[in-house]
Write a protein that binds this ligand. Structure first.
Ligand SMILES: Cc1cc2nc3c(=O)[nH]c(=O)nc-3n(C[C@H](O)[C@H](O)[C@H](O)COP(=O)(O)O)c2cc1C
Length: 187
């Protein structure tokens, strides 16, 4: 069975290495995981006044999250944290009160930077936020990508060891999703 995963990429720019990474990961994760990028660039800045009549982009975004079996956050690192665009998307997903689109979704975090820390600081902060909004976050394996020229060519990752790590990651995320979504045990 293919599992549908909504992919939220925290960078808005066209040439984003995180978007490139998400697209390459999509191929590696098939057929078990069907990764689909959910766009966040058109979401307005979160404003509680807009909750009286949710903007169409927000309604669409929330539906895309709710219809997915799981969520993958692909984060850049901006000033030792994750991006404002990603936090904005998380805010909208969590609101209005009582309509939290994230609740109970199995989730995972990966990320890419040009810097040596490979999003470790951003992921650390993002973990606490996506847990706070009620996603069931898997902790392992961690993927910190220090992006370099030539790593992704024509949409394919050129480093065989990294591909193998990502295959393993995909398997483990699929197992995690199955465990979280399994019917509750009765005693
Ligand atoms: C505002 C800003 C802050 C940044 N801060 C960090 C940082 O704290 N750590 C890091 O490794 N890279 C940092 N970078 C470099 C990013 O890793 C690099 O721009 C990367 O390409 C961003 O991801 P993207 O290509 O998906 O947009 C920063 C970049 C910008 C634009």
């Amino acid at each position: 069975m293919t599992v549908k995963v909504a992919v939220v990429v925290g960078s808005l720019r066209k040439g984003s290495v995180n978007r490139l990474f998400a697209q390459a990961l999509t191929k590696i994760a098939r057929p078990k995981l069907d990764l689909q990028i959910v766009e966040i660039g058109e979401l307005p800045l979160y404003d509680q006044d807009l909750e009286t009549e949710l903007p169409a982009s927000v309604v669409r975004f929330k539906q895309q999250i709710e219809s997915a079996d799981a969520v993958l956050f692909v984060t850049p690192e901006f000033n030792r944290s994750f991006s404002a665009a990603l936090k904005n998307a998380i805010e909208w997903g969590s609101r209005p009160w009582g309509r939290n689109s994230w609740a109970g979704k199995p989730s995972a975090i990966v990320g890419a930077t040009l810097g040596a820390v490979g999003t470790a600081a951003a992921q650390s902060q993002l973990r606490s936020v996506v847990s706070a909004v009620g996603t069931a976050l898997t902790a392992q394996p961690e993927i910190y990508l220090n992006f370099r020229e030539g790593l992704i060519v024509d949409g394919e990752i050129t480093d065989e060891n990294f591909v193998s790590l990502l295959k393993d990651w995909s398997e483990q995320f699929a197992d995690w999703i199955a465990r979280v979504r399994a019917p509750a045990l009765s005693f």
